[in-house]
Ligand binder design. Structure first.
Ligand SMILES: Cc1cc2nc3c(=O)[nH]c(=O)nc-3n(C[C@H](O)[C@H](O)[C@H](O)COP(=O)(O)OP(=O)(O)OC[C@H]3O[C@@H](n4cnc5c(N)ncnc54)[C@H](O)[C@@H]3O)c2cc1C
Length: 433
C-alpha cells in the first residue's frame, strides 16, 4: 500500500540533505527529506566530545548563514555545527521527517519512479537522492583478533580519554582524527603510540591566512580528480585549542611515540612498516609546497601579507623517526586500547537499483547516477575536492537540484503534449458468404 507520493525523496538530513532541500525549495520542486535519527545526527553522536571544525567559522558554513556567536577565525564545536544545520533547515522550512529509516528503494516496473519502503510505511517518488554521508561505516582492519584482551574501537566511537581503560593507547591513522585524538590522549596523561601513514599537512596559517583560504585561492578545493598515487593520502589538520599546524616532530617532542604504517599483528605483537621517515618527509614536502605556492600567489598578485620565514624552519627528526620501532608487544608496552582512525566505507544495501559499478561503488557523474532518477550527494570527490565538506556540498546540491528541475520540464512537456493518435490500420473486411 502506497502511503505518500512526492516528486523527489532525499534520504539523509545531514548537511547534504539540507543543502539539497534548500535548492529544491527555491526551484519549487516538491520533495521530502527522510532522516532515520535527528537532523545532523553524525555531528551529535558520531564524533568525539571535544571535536571542533577543521576549518574556521567564516569558511566551514553555507553561504546563506553565519555562525553568529563564533568569531569568523574561530572553530565551531561539533554541537554548534549540528545546531547551525538545524537552524539552517528551519530558516527555509525544510520538509524533513526525522525518525524515518529508508529500508529499500526499487525502481517501479512498467511505470516511472521508485517505491521506497521505510520504517514509517511506503513512499513513491519520481526521483531519489542518496544523501546518507561520505563516512557511513567505520572501517577497522581485521588485524587484532576480537578475543584479544586489548580494547579496540574506531575513531567514530571514541568520545574522551576517561572512556578508555587505564593504560597506554595505540592510535592507528594520521589523518585529522588520528592526530587530534592522539594529541588529546597524550595531554590527558596517557602514553600514546601513533602509527603514521602518508599524509598532507598544510600549515594552519601562513602569512596571516588560514590554509582553507590558501586552498581556495590556489584552486585546490576545486581540483576535480585525486592526483595519481595520492588516493590513500589523508590530510592532517586541527582546529583544536584555537587551531595549530599539525607537526609530527612536535607531537614526538611532546611525548608521543611515532610509528610507521601498521602492517600486521601476531600473538599480540604489532608490526610496522619501515616507512615513518619517508611519510614524515612527504608530509614536509606537501607543507613546504603550499608555502611556495602561497609565496608565488602573493608575489603575482602584489598582496601585502607579512613574510613568515620562520614557517620554513622544521625541527630536527626525533629519535623515534631516526630509529623507528618496527614491532610493539602490546601487553609488554602496557597498551590497553587500540583506536583505529582508519576511515570509513559506504553502505547502500538499501538502494536496490542499477547505480553501482562492478566493485559496488556508486556509478555517477557529478552525482547523477547511471540509473535515471537516482542521485548521490555528499560523497568525497563527487565533483571536486571540496564535495564532502560543508561549503562544497552546497554547490554540488545546486547542480543536482538544477538537473532535477530540468528533468521535470521534460516530463511536464510530455504530460502536456499527448501523442498523436495511432495510425489507422487498414483492415480488409471479407464479406461473409
Ligand atoms: C571526524 C570528522 C570531522 C569532520 N570535520 C569537518 C569539518 O570540520 N568541516 C567540514 O566541512 N567537514 C567535516 N567533516 C566532513 C563532513 O562535513 C561530515 O562527514 C558531514 O557529516 C557529512 O555530511 P553529509 O550530510 O554528507 O552526511 P552525514 O552527516 O553522514 O548525514 C547523512 C545522514 O543520513 C542519515 N541516514 C543514513 N542512512 C539512512 C537511511 N537508510 N534512512 C534515513 N536516513 C539515513 C544519517 O542518520 C545521517 O544523519 C568531518 C568528518 C568527520 C568524520
Amino acid at each position: 500500500m502506497v502511503m505518500e507520493k512526492t516528486d523527489t525523496l532525499v534520504i539523509g538530513a545531514g548537511q547534504a540533505g539540507i543543502a539539497l532541500s534548500e535548492h529544491l525549495s527555491k526551484l519549487d520542486v516538491p520533495h521530502l527529506v527522510l532522516e532515520r535519527q535527528r537532523i545532523a545526527e553524525r555531528w551529535r553522536s558520531e564524533r568525539w566530545d571535544s571535536l571542533v571544525c577543521n576549518g574556521p567559522a567564516w569558511h566551514d558554513r553555507f553561504p546563506g548563514l553565519d555562525f553568529d556567536d563564533v568569531a569568523p577565525d574561530a572553530f565551531a564545536g561539533k554541537e554548534r555545527v549540528a545546531d547551525y544545520l538545524e537552524a539552517y533547515a528551519r530558516k527555509f522550512h525544510a520538509p524533513i521527517r526525522t525518525g524515518v529509516e529508508v529500508l529499500k528503494v526499487v525502481r517501479n516496473d512498467g511505470r516511472p519512479g521508485f517505491t521506497v519502503t521505510t520504517s514509517a510505511g511506503v513512499f513513491e517518488a519520481n526521483r531519489v537522492v542518496a544523501a546518507t554521508g561520505p563516512f557511513q561505516q567505520p572501517l577497522i582492519p581485521q588485524l587484532i583478533p576480537a578475543d584479544s584482551p586489548v580494547t579496540q574501537m574506531h575513531s567514530a566511537a571514541y568520545r574522551n580519554p576517561q572512556q578508555l581503560p587505564p593504560g597506554a593507547v595505540l592510535v592507528v591513522g594520521s589523518g585529522s582524527s588520528g592526530v587530534q585524538i592522539a594529541d588529546e590522549l597524550q595531554r590527558a596523561g596517557r602514553q600514546v603510540y601513533l602509527s603514521v601513514g602518508p599524509h598532507d599537512r598544510p600549515p594552519r596559517r601562513y602569512r596571516e591566512r588560514d590554509f582553507c583560504w590558501w586552498l581556495g585561492v590556489l584552486g585546490e578545493w576545486d581540483a576535480q580528480k585525486v592526483k595519481p598515487g595520492r588516493e590513500h593520502v589523508t590530510i592532517a589538520v586541527s582546529g583544536a585549542r584555537g587551531g595549530h599546524t599539525v607537526d609530527f616532530r612536535r607531537l614526538a617532542e611532546q611525548g608521543i611515540t611515532l610509528l610507521g604504517m601498521t602492517r600486521s599483528c601476531e600473538n599480540g605483537v604489532m608490526q610496522f612498516q619501515p616507512d615513518l621517515a619517508e611519510n614524515i618527509a612527504r608530509g614536509d614536502e606537501n607543507y613546504l609546497g603550499l608555502l611556495d605556492a602561497a609565496d608565488a600567489y602573493i608575489a603575482q598578485n602584489g598582496l601585502e601579507l607579512p613574510p613568515e620565514p620562520q614557517a620554513r624552519q622544521l625541527p630536527p627528526d626525533p629519535a623515534c623517526v631516526r630509529q623507528p620501532i618496527l614491532s610493539l608487544d602490546l601487553a609488554a608496552s602496557g597498551v590497553s586500547t587500540v583506536i583505529w582512525a582508519t576511515g570509513f566505507a559506504v553502505d547502500y544495501c538499501w538502494l536496490q537499483v542499477n547505480a553501482f559499478d562492478e566493485k559496488g561503488k556508486p556509478s555517477h557523474q557529478r552525482g547523477i547516477s547511471s540509473e535515471p532518477g537516482v542521485y548521490f550527494l555528499g560523497l568525497p570527490w563527487l565533483s571536486r575536492r571540496g564535495s564532502s565538506f560543508i561549503w562544497g556540498v552546497w554547490h554540488d546540491a545546486k547542480f543536482i537540484a538544477d538537473h532535477i528541475a530540468t528533468q521535470r520540464k521534460y516530463q511536464a512537456y510530455h504530460a502536456s503534449t499527448p501523442a498523436t493518435a495511432a495510425p489507422v490500420r487498414e483492415t480488409v473486411c471479407q464479406a461473409a458468404d
